[in-house]
Write a protein that binds this ligand. Sequence first.
Ligand SMILES: *[C@@H]1O[C@H](CO)[C@@H](O)[C@H](O)[C@H]1NC(C)=O
Ligand SMILES: *[C@@H]1O[C@H](CO)[C@@H](O)[C@H](O)[C@H]1NC(C)=O
Ligand SMILES: *[C@@H]1O[C@H](CO)[C@@H](O)[C@H](O)[C@H]1NC(C)=O
Ligand SMILES: *[C@@H]1O[C@H](CO)[C@@H](O)[C@H](O)[C@H]1NC(C)=O
Length: 422
Amino acid sequence: MTSLLWGLFSMPIILVIVCAEPNCMTHNDLQNNMICSPGSSDYILERGLVSDNNRTIGISLKACRIIDINKESFHSLSSLEDLDLSLNSISNLRLEIFDGAPKLMSLNLSYNLLTAIPLGFFNQTPNIELLDLRGNKINILEEGFLDPLKKLKHLDLASNLLIGKQLSPYIFNINRHIKFIDFSRNEMSDTSELLTHAFQEMNILNLDRCFLTGLPNFALRHNMRTMKQLIMSTNQINNLDNSTAFVNLDNLEILNLAHNKIDSIVGNIFVPLKKVKIIVLRNNKLKSIPDNLFRDLPELANLDLSHNLIDFIPVNAFRGAPLKNLNLSDNKFTYLTDNFCLELRNSGGKLKKIFFNDNPWQCACLFDFLAEVKRMGISYNAVKYNGKTQVCVTEQFSCQRQQNVNAMYVKLYNNLINHKQQ
Ligand SMILES: *[C@@H]1O[C@H](CO)[C@@H](O)[C@H](O)[C@H]1NC(C)=O
Ligand SMILES: *[C@@H]1O[C@H](CO)[C@@H](O)[C@H](O)[C@H]1NC(C)=O
Ligand SMILES: *[C@@H]1O[C@H](CO)[C@@H](O)[C@H](O)[C@H]1NC(C)=O
Ligand SMILES: *[C@@H]1O[C@H](CO)[C@@H](O)[C@H](O)[C@H]1NC(C)=O
């Protein structure tokens, strides 16, 4: 009886063991790429699954339930350029695992459980240009660990446990050619200004959700002048009062400061940004903007000032900027200057789209403005202007364009909104 049961159950058990390792298929048509899919249980990668094939150029072991990598797993892969090990559960990296893959250019280790990269790990792979370490638990970067990677261009360190002020400022000493670096979702406040000192070709720097309380000097150094995109959204930056902050960023095209706590800005801070195309100041605490703030920025096409507390929009602030999209939604103004769009167009604006909903509009001013945008063929967010939603408040029949009446209309508007929500 017992042996009969054994006989019945042994088959499926054997099958389960066989399926435990990932299933890999080579696609010769796709430049000798090997693509693996997960087996039925966790797996320790070893020699034999993907190794010993000098023709393989790419290997994907993405989401293959790998928990560890044995030493010769990548033996004799002399053509391998592209390796994807993302979405596994690798917590530890042994030295020398890539000794058989000297041509490796792109290594994706994102979304694993790594806490550190051992010193010397990259000694035999000097050709790596792309290294993705996003979504691990790395809390320390050892000085020198990146030194062999002189060709490194793209480094993603987002969503780890790094603490900027504990990082050695010399970790990137040799990596002059990094163009893209992502530190988002790490704690990067009080990071040494020297951290980025060796960079010569920076293009995109992402500092989203980095607990910054001010503009980080390491992002603004003179050697960062090649930078095109600087993302500092979702931090706690509370002012832009340093008028020389951006003097080095001559080539910046995108500046993203959304979701901070900025409540004051010095009027000439953006002057050096002669190539800036997009400025995002959405979701801050701005009550007013200086009337020279965006003036004469010859490339500025998109500006998002939505979700602030601005009670007056000075049309002069935009003179000489070829604005195409302007977002003024969810602020605190009750009117815009008479012929606002015409003024913008006459002073260099190329307005195509303007958003102005969710402001405590005086009805007369809103009607004037709607007539203007329609007349000029400028598109806007019409969702709420269908006659069914209350979008403005009335006290007078004509638009009162004086700042001293704002407070009264804001109060009326708030009462109305609160009233409706009850
Ligand atoms: C791959 O190439 C290396 C040297 O380029 C050689 O030593 C090795 O035997 C080759 N392996 C296979 C499986 O062809
Ligand atoms: C690395 O892998 C993740 C998850 O598979 C993927 O989303 C990401 O785009 C990859 N990184 C690069 C630089 O291709
Ligand atoms: C203003 O910004 C410049 C350029 O980043 C920086 O060198 C300087 O230290 C900053 N000044 C203050 C007071 O933070
Ligand atoms: C303006 O902001 C609103 C709310 O944040 C957003 O839905 C819209 O896409 C933005 N429009 C433009 C042109 O930036």
